[in-house]
Structure formats: C-alpha cells, structure tokens
Design a binder for this molecule. Structure first.
Ligand code: PMT
Length: 406
C-alpha cells in the first residue's frame, strides 16, 4: 500500500547498465500520471547515474546499496517493499534477473524485491549474447511463472556495438505497461475462463508422431491476461516448452482425443472458453506397436482418419450464458474460412489468423488477427500476443454485456 492512499506508489529499481539513465525518463512519465516514485539503486547503477539525480527528480531519498549502514538498510528495505503498489525494475540486468530467479538477497534492491508483496515488473536490458543465454532465458521463464511481468527488450543497435535483442524497450512503452498494471481492472473477477493452447501430437509408432508448429504462446498469453484480470483460469495445454502462468489450473493433453476428453470434463463449469490450441484434424488409423522400418525402397503410405472436432463438439452443448471463442489458422481465404468455422462450431467469436503474414501465427511473440462475430469484423494491427490477448478479452466483455442486455 502506498503511504498516501490517494496516490499510487511505484518503487523503481535501477540496475547497472548503460540504459540506467533512461530510468529518469520512466520516473518522469510515471510522475506525470500522478504516481509517487521511490528509487532503489544497485551499487553499479550509481556508476552510471548519480543517486542525486533520482533524489532530485523523485523528491525522495534514494535507497542505495549501503551495507556500510546496515541498521538503516534493514529498516528501509522493508518499508519500501511495503510501500510499493508496483515494483518496477528498469533496466534489469541479467544479474538481477538471475538473483530474483534464485531468491538471492545480497543487496538493497534484491532484498527489497524479495520482500515485496506487490506485483513485480521488469524491463531487461543487456548484451544480446547475455539475453540469448539459456541461463537468462530459463531465469526469465521462472520469473514469468511466478507472475513477474516482463517488458521484453527491443531489437536494435546496442551500446556494446552488437545488434540484436537486448535493447531496453522504449521508455513510454515501459511506463504505459507499469500504469496499466497499477490500474489493472479486475473485470473478470468471479468468472471461470478455460483456455486451450499448443499443439497436439498424434503417434504413428512408439518413437514418431505428427504435430504442428504451435508453441502455445498465444494461448498462454490469453491465460495470463485472464488471470491478471481476476478470472479463475483453467489452461488446457498441449506439449510446449512454456511455464504455465502462476495461479492457473493447468491440465495437459497430448492428442486431439485427449483434448476432447479434458475439455468435456471442464467446459460445463466455465463462463468463457477460448480455444487457441491447434489440434490435429487427422490421426494415424493404426499406431504401430514397434518402430516402423524402411520399406526397402517402396513408398510408405500412412492411412489417416479424422479426429473429432473439439470446438464443434463443445459448441453443441453451449449454454446461452456461455461465451465460446475459437481461432482460425488460415493460409488463404481467411475471412471466408473463419466465418464458416464461426457458424459450424457454434462460436460467439472467431479470431481469424492469417498464419502466412510476417509476425503472425505460429511460434512468434506477435500476431495479426481479426476478431469476427456475427455482427462485425474488427481487424487489429500487428501487436504482441499479450496485447492481442487483452483485446480478445475486451471484446468478450462486450459480447457478455450484449447477452445480458438482450
Ligand atoms: O501457439 P502459437 O505458436 O502462439 O500460435 C498461435 C496459433 C497460430 C496456434 C493460434 O493463433 C491459432 O490460430 N490457433 C488455432 C489453430 C487451429 O487449429 O486452427 P483451425 O482453423 O484448424 O481450427 C479452428 C478452431 O477449431 C480452433 O479454435 C481449434 O482449436 C479448433 N479445433 C480444430 C481442430 C479440431 N479437430 N478440433 C478443434 O477444436
């Protein structure tokens, strides 16, 4: 809680990177929205920007790593941890990310962030090699699974001379994400939302399967957004390498028939069902008991049979008070095919996804979609899957309102 309850409070952690000076601008942008900002700096950050700069801008003493004054330090870190309505670390180095992932508290900032109960957001900035390092990526996944919000770095020319991912995201984007998180609406509180995500795997023999390129990113983004907005979320997930969002009930499936079974188990209890999974339409007619051997130069023909259509099956049992949303991954005649699926699967909305467009579809962090209902069609520009998730949920809320008023 902020000391002055009428004013929201951001505790801004600044770590030692060349982008540290940009934290001054973030502070100013937050202040312009009437937000009170307290700054905590690491010892290294002080080599880039003087604490006096942040002290002058924020109007508050800056907490620096002062092991020289342990008594003050002990009291200050708890007070700051409690004061925060949001804890934002920008820029966040690979080092602070690693410490947070491991729960290490060996300086003022790491101790304060470990002690806080406020939502935590980080905006990483570092050299591309450090960003790409599996250790950093693993640490980020760990933090994400605990509910830490990550403002992914931009790609560009870095101070070290390299080009690639690792550049601190634009300060206005970071400030806006912080503001959104601070004033996050809990408009889905009390609602049960089921999201399906990821691919299926249809076995052929004990070592092979047929699958597709779905990474689960779109569905996980929806589950994350619904959770953040207060929903009770059940995530049905195919085999992906993502960490499920914290606080979400996660149920795994492998094949389309598994998905159907799990979905039937959970669907009736839901208010909203969003099906972004990519289930296989076909499976092998027979699964070989042993590994299939080469055919001595002959063609190998695999006979396939149709899988059940999960969305269409669920659509048949949809109650009037439920909202069902599907996705349509298309490579041609996108609108026409999507419209057909909206009807055939008895959906309230379909998210039409031209998976051939650059920056859209499978295994990327962005998407380009059109939200189609029976009344209208709203085309969205290229945006992050997190933003797409929120836009889908916003539209669902409008549809719920329409149903209530009908
Ligand atoms: O996972 P990502 O890498 O982030 O990629 C996201 C995505 C491209 C997978 C996602 O945006 C998307 O488009 N998901 C739908 C994929 C798909 O299977 O589309 P479809 O047009 O084949 O199916 C239409 C709808 O019916 C979907 O809601 C699908 O979940 C459902 N379906 C499909 C086949 C089937 N047998 N049963 C189903 O329920």
């Amino acid at each position: 809680m902020s000391a002055d309850t009428s004013k929201k409070c951001v505790v801004l952690g600044v770590t030692g990177g060349i982008a540290a000076y940009k934290a001054c601008e973030i502070l100013r942008l937050l202040q312009k929205q009437g937000i009170d900002v307290y700054v905590v700096m690491t010892r290294n950050a002080c080599s880039f920007v003087s604490p006096l700069t942040f002290e002058t801008l924020s109007g508050h003493p800056v907490a620096v790593d002062t092991f020289e004054r342990p008594a003050t330090w002990e009291v200050e870190h708890i007070a700051l941890a409690k004061r925060a309505d949001l804890f934002l670390i920008a820029p966040a180095t690979a080092n602070i990310i690693a410490k947070m992932a491991c729960g290490i508290a060996d300086d003022m900032l790491s101790t304060t962030v470990l002690a806080t109960r406020a939502p935590v957001m980080i905006a990483p900035a570092m050299n591309t090699g450090m960003w790409d390092n599996p250790a950093t990526q693993q640490n980020l996944r760990t933090l994400e699974s605990r509910g830490v919000q990550i403002v992914a770095p931009a790609t560009g020319y870095l101070a070290c001379g390299d080009s690639g991912a690792g550049k601190l995201e634009d300060v206005s984007v970071i400030a806006q994400r912080a503001i959104d998180a601070l004033f996050a609406v809990q408009d889905l509180k009390g609602l049960r939302v089921m999201v399906t995500a990821g691919p299926t795997r249809e076995p052929i023999d004990p070592v092979r399967y047929i699958s597709n390129r779905s990474s689960g990113k779109m569905g996980y983004a929806i589950a994350r957004a619904a959770k953040r907005r207060g929903a009770d979320v059940t995530l049905l997930t195919g085999p992906v390498s993502l960490q499920p969002p914290a606080g979400v009930t996660t149920v795994s499936f492998t094949t389309t028939r598994d998905l159907l079974e799990r979905a039937l188990e959970y669907a009736d209890a839901q208010d909203i069902l969003i099906q972004s999974a990519a289930p296989a339409d076909y499976r092998a007619k027979t699964i070989a008991d042993q590994k299939i051997k080469k055919q001595g130069g002959e063609d190998f023909v695999l006979e396939m049979i149709e899988n059940p259509d999960v969305a269409a099956t669920l659509g048949k049992a949809k109650r009037a008070d439920q909202i069902f949303v599907g996705f349509a991954a298309e490579t041609q005649h996108v609108a026409e095919h999507a419209k057909g699926k909206l009807e055939k699967k008895n959906l309230d909305m379909i998210v039409a996804n031209d998976v051939t467009a650059a920056g859209a579809g499978f295994d990327v962090d962005t998407n380009i979609v059109t939200l189609m209902t029976r009344e209208d069609s709203r085309q969205l520009p290229l945006m992050s899957k997190d933003e797409v998730a929120d836009r889908i949920l916003d539209r669902i809320q409008e549809l719920r309102m329409q149903k209530t008023n009908a």
